[in-house]
Design a protein around this ligand. Structure first.
Ligand code: IMP
Length: 196
């Protein structure tokens, strides 16, 4: 099995990434296994932060690395919270305060369109001039009253009009099949398989 270091310590993401990469003969190893320190994410775009994280993990381990970055972009807020999604309402990060701030920011706003965005970057080495980059976009709208117990983050307020359910009302497998992260991961796996 070829090893790839994953620049994430989130157990759910690691499981999902491992499951998709295993059939390709790739073992996904979390960066925590190598004691990789936290990587600064100073950029205003997802893709720049994601490349920085992948490079950082590759530099610290000497292995190919895969990073992801994601967030929610709200049309009426010019794409905010965007790369600041995790800490939209400041430190310490709190889903509850983030959601409250979002609902407040959209008070009286009729345009409720929003999308989750995810980008995945694979680098074969730290200065790889040709990183593999894959994206996923999951469109929905923001509602004022939370629904559902599943998911995390903004999911209880993220309504999928075509399903009549929020992200938090989907099962884990159901969400992975259609979400921004699922889309990006499958697209990245396809690029790895093709050796692009
Ligand atoms: P990260 O890429 O895991 O750091 O995610 C950034 C932030 O975006 C999370 O902390 C959430 O606030 C938000 N986010 C990203 N993906 C999702 C999702 O699938 N559901 C809910 N919130 C998400």
């Amino acid at each position: 099995m070829k090893k790839i270091v994953i620049a994430s310590n989130n157990a759910g993401k690691l499981r999902e990434i491992g499951r998709i990469l295993q059939p390709l003969g790739i073992e996904a190893v979390p960066q925590s296994a190598f004691g990789v320190p936290e990587c600064p994410e100073p950029h205003v775009t997802f893709v720049e932060n994601c490349i920085a994280k992948a490079r950082h993990a590759a530099a610290h381990t000497g292995l190919p690395a895969l990073a992801d970055d994601s967030g929610i972009c709200v049309e009426a807020l010019n794409g905010a919270p965007g790369v600041y999604s995790a800490r939209y309402a400041g430190e310490p990060k709190s889903d509850e305060r983030n959601n409250r701030k979002l609902i407040e920011a959209l008070r009286g706003e009729t345009n409720r369109r929003a999308h989750y965005y995810c980008v995945m970057v694979h680098v074969a080495y730290p200065d790889d001039p040709q990183p593999l980059i894959a994206e996923g976009i999951w469109r929905g709208e923001i509602i004022d009253t939370p629904r559902g117990e599943g998911g995390f983050g903004y999911d209880p307020y993220f309504l999928l009009p075509e399903f009549g359910r929020t992200g938090a009302e989907l099962g884990e497998d159901e969400k992975n099949a259609i979400s921004h992260r699922g889309q990006a991961l499958r697209a990245l796996a396809e690029k790895l398989r093709a050796g692009a």
